[in-house]
Design a protein around this ligand. Structure first.
Ligand code: SF4
Length: 100
């Protein structure tokens, strides 16, 4: 939808849909109209607000998402759920330590 907005703004074209085409040739038409345009603009504004904040609250409780995250480094992300990267045992190791 963001590309639809860009095409509208840069080329002045009236865009009614976008197309996603996968490598295998599967095509999906994505409807685009005033409601989708407003949604993209509102989301962009939300992102701008987050970028002005010194920290953005984590939006999940997924340990594995943090484990695989490129920002999962002490001093970079203070909200990681991956305790290994932040100097303590992961939940699984803590559980096995309790069983000793
Ligand atoms: S490590 Fe930090 S930035 Fe990465 S997913 Fe977890 S909370 Fe988000």
């Amino acid at each position: 939808m963001t590309y639809c907005l860009l095409v509208e703004n840069v080329w002045g074209a009236h865009v009614t849909h976008g197309v996603i085409e996968y490598r295998g040739g599967q095509r999906f038409e994505i409807p685009y109209g005033p409601a989708e345009r407003e949604w993209v603009l509102a989301l962009a504004e939300e992102v701008r607000q987050w970028r002005r904040m010194s920290d953005v609250p984590r939006d999940h409780q997924d340990f594995w998402k943090c484990r695989r995250c490129g920002y999962n480094t002490p001093g970079v992300c203070g909200q990681s759920l991956d305790q290994v990267a932040h100097g303590t045992d992961p939940p699984s190791a803590q559980a096995s330590n309790r069983n000793r």
